[in-house]
Every structure is written in structure tokens, then in C-alpha cells.
Design a protein around this ligand. Structure first.
Ligand SMILES: NC(=O)c1ccc[n+]([C@@H]2O[C@H](COP(=O)([O-])OP(=O)(O)OC[C@H]3O[C@@H](n4cnc5c(N)ncnc54)[C@H](OP(=O)(O)O)[C@@H]3O)[C@@H](O)[C@H]2O)c1
Length: 382
């Protein structure tokens, strides 16, 4: 039996994880849940899974939740950054699924590592912002960080039984998002509704926009660099519209290992929670005879400069990835609130990165300072 803390339980990853817990009550018990604003859903999850601790965004949300909850089985309710940290390091939990969105995941992730929890990591922003610090802390505390991102789960699986020294290339696949076939000329007309309409994956709003701009792949390049201790020069992004091959690893003898499956996050989430065991998810295999072809193409970086931003952030290292991440987070938020156009996202990130003076080997406070600088920078342009 694994005791779980799920941070971000009301999101797309969080609810899929709870579907798995619902299927396997003999394997998992929920100790702590967290959410930001969706108190109705969190209250239903509390009723079903009986966590001992829940954390929410702020005092008002904590009050709202305690009014909704009735009966004697109320969990302890905490809030704010310290509340999320408490849930991440909760003593009853052995494993923490980090599935909250954005930079808010970094401090809870570090707290979970320091408390020596096993980590199932969905929140890629944590590694993008502070990959060196997070991975060093994980090593120091002798805990493993298992990837939830389907691409990184695929790479992790393709590395099993092989030696890191033989790895020559990582092929990171991308669906290409909703605008793969759209001409760059028509990008100026993209609406929020268009951008939220992902062709293969059903995800939260922020990552759906990140997929439309291909910044999601940019973030994943940096995530892979840290998780697998590889140079960005060994990573190649391939557009694979069918989203069946979740990523591949090439070895020095020319062999390529691929991991395939349906585009459904449950497989990657369950593997991160149960590895090396695999849970029976009653999932169909891809129908290989119905899929006439699995195609791969090079990404168009003129249309999607996010990939260039990410490779540049990898080259510069230091505080640059955190700046790219923060500029992206604020730009996406502005786009979701209809304050800017789709193309402005690229312009704002590019400007923030150009204007930032990168600090090498930053400590956590320099990273957080750079993150705040980038947020102010983007807001000041709009
Ligand atoms: N969805 C996917 O298929 C997928 C795949 C790979 C990786 N990921 C990564 O997994 C993470 C979560 O993605 P998602 O699609 O599940 O996102 P989502 O559906 O938007 O859910 C985000 C979760 O985080 C909570 N949250 C939002 N803002 C917060 C804040 N400031 N502090 C604390 N909690 C906050 C939300 O609470 P409320 O609902 O109460 O607002 C919700 O529980 C992201 O880092 C994403 O890149 C997602």
C-alpha cells in the first residue's frame, strides 16, 4: 500500500491519478490533496478519498471549503505556499505526485525531496526553473524522480536495461499541436478557442496553450536534459501527429527503442506510481492495422520559435531557463485572459530573454528573483 500526496488533485493529471487510485484501492491510499480554486471538486474528492490533510490557495478558499464540508470526517485544511509545502512533506505520505501547474510547484517539490518522498513529477516547470538544484537535492537525499510526462516516461522506459554511456540520441516526439498545418501568415488570426482545441491530448488550459505554441516541447527539452543528465545537443524534436510513439532513445549501435501506446496520460501516471510493476488499466493497444502510417517530420522553428528559445536557454543555462519559463507563464495567462494575441506570446518571451542578464550557477533565491523579474518585464510590455 502506497500513501500518496497528490498536489493539484483537481487538474487534468490529478483527476486521472485519482481514477487510478479508484481502480486500485488495495494499492493506494490518499493522505493529502491540494487544489487552488476548485473547492466543489476538491470537496467531492475529500468525500470519496478521505485525505487527512488538504491544502488550498489562500485563507478565503480554506474558509469556502470548510463551509462546503459537512460531517465529522473533515481533514485538516491548510493554505498558501506553506500549506502546499506541508502537503508535499506530509509525514504519512511515501509518494508525492506533483501535478500542480506552473512555478508554484518548485518549493513543494524541494520540500518533498528534503522529506525523502518518492516523487512522481508532472510539474515540468520545476525542472525547467531549477533543474540543477532539484536533481542535486534528489541525489543527496537518495530519492528518485519518476517522470509523469508521457515523453519522459517513454524515455525512462526505453532506458531500462541499457547503459547511459551507450545513449546517442533522444528523439522527443510532439503532436505538433492544432496549428501544425496552418500557414504562418494566418497565425495572426488564431483565437483562444482555436488554441485550446488540441488534436490528440486532453489537458489543462496552460499546457494546452503551451502545446499550441510548442513551448510545451521547449519545456520538455529542458526537463529531459535534467532528468536524464544529457546535453541538449543529443535531443532532437520530431513531429509525430498520431501521438502513438511517445518518444524514442537511439543507442550507439544504431538501435532505436520506442515506447508506444494510446495518447492517454493514465499509462504514464500509473507507471510513475507503481514502477517497476505495471497496473492493468484495461486500456486498448493502438490499432496498428487501422493506423495506416506513423509519420515523423522536422518541426518548423520559423512558425514555432519556442523550440529555439528552449535550446538557447539550455546553452546559456543559469537563470535563463527560469526567465523563459516565467515569461511564458505570464504570456499564456495574458492570452488566456484575452489581453494579448497568440503571436504576442513569442514576442514577449523573446524580449524577456534578450533583456535578461543571465546569472551562472544561481542559487534558489537568484532563480526566484529572475523569475519575478521576467514576470514584471512581460507585464510591463502589455
Ligand atoms: N495534462 C496533461 O496531460 C499533462 C501532461 C504532462 C505534464 N503535465 C504537467 O502537469 C502539470 C499539471 O497540468 P494539468 O494539465 O493537470 O493542469 P490543470 O488541469 O490546469 O491543473 C492544475 C492543478 O494545479 C492547481 N493549481 C493551479 N494554480 C495553482 C497555484 N498557483 N498553486 C497551487 N496549485 C495550483 C489547480 O487547482 P484548481 O483546479 O483548484 O485551480 C489544479 O489542481 C503541469 O505542470 C503540466 O505541464 C500535464
Amino acid at each position: 500500500m502506497k500513501n500518496l500526496s497528490i498536489l493539484g488533485s483537481t487538474g487534468s493529471i490529478g483527476t486521472s491519478a485519482l481514477d487510478i487510485v479508484r481502480m486500485y484501492p488495495e494499492h493506494f491510499k490518499i493522505s493529502a490533496l491540494t487544489a487552488a480554486r476548485n473547492m466543489d471538486l476538491l470537496a467531492r474528492q475529500i468525500g470519496e478519498f478521505n485525505p487527512e490533510l488538504v491544502a488550498v490557495l489562500d485563507k478565503e478558499k480554506a474558509f469556502e471549503l470548510s463551509k462546503i464540508l459537512t460531517g465529522n470526517n473533515k481533514p485538516e485544511i491548510v493554505f498558501g505556499e506553506s500549506g502546499f509545502i506541508e502537503a508535499a512533506s506530509y509525514k504519512q505520505s511515501s509518494t508525492v505526485l506533483l501535478a500542480m501547474v506552473g512555478a508554484a510547484g518548485l518549493k513543494p517539490a524541494l520540500a518533498a525531496i528534503e522529506a525523502k518522498k518518492q516523487i512522481a513529477l508532472a510539474n515540468k516547470e520545476t525542472l525547467v526553473m531549477a533543474g540543477e538544484i532539484v536533481m542535486a537535492k534528489a541525489k543527496e537525499n537518495q530519492i528518485s524522480i519518476l517522470p509523469v510526462d508521457s515523453e519522459h516516461s517513454a524515455i525512462f522506459q526505453c532506458l531500462q536495461g541499457n547503459q547511459q554511456k551507450d545513449l546517442k540520441k533522444i528523439f522527443l516526439t510532439a503532436s505538433g499541436g492544432p496549428f501544425r498545418e496552418k500557414s504562418f501568415k494566418s497565425f495572426k488570426d488564431i483565437t483562444l478557442k482555436d488554441a485550446l482545441n488540441h488534436p490528440t491530448w486532453n489537458m489543462g488550459n496552460k499546457i494546452t496553450i503551451d502545446s499550441a505554441t510548442m513551448m510545451n516541447k521547449g519545456l520538455e527539452i529542458i526537463e529531459a536534459v535534467h532528468l536524464f543528465n544529457v546535453s541538449h545537443e543529443k535531443i532532437e524534436v520530431l513531429i509525430h501527429p498520431q501521438s502513438i510513439v511517445h518518444s524514442m532513445v537511439g543507442y550507439k549501435d544504431g538501435s532505436v527503442m520506442a515506447q508506444m501506446g494510446q495518447p492517454d496520460m493514465k499509462a504514464a501516471i500509473s507507471y510513475a506510481l507503481s514502477e517497476p510493476d505495471r497496473l492493468d488499466l484495461k486500456m486498448e493497444f493502438p490499432s496498428f492495422t487501422d493506423i495506416n502510417s506513423l509519420s515523423f517530420e522536422k518541426p518548423d522553428t520559423k512558425k514555432f520559435p519556442s523550440l529555439l528559445f528552449a535550446f538557447e536557454a539550455c546553452r546559456q543555462k543559469g537563470t535563463m531557463p527560469a526567465v523563459m519559463n516565467a515569461a511564458n507563464e505570464v504570456s499564456v495567462e495574458l492570452f488566456l485572459n484575452k489581453h494579448i494575441e497568440f503571436l504576442d506570446i513569442f514576442k514577449l518571451i523573446s524580449k524577456a530573454m534578450k533583456d535578461h542578464t543571465c546569472i551562472d550557477n544561481p542559487d534558489l533565491s537568484s532563480i526566484i528573483k529572475a523569475d519575478l523579474w521576467a514576470r514584471d518585464k512581460v507585464r510591463s510590455q502589455v
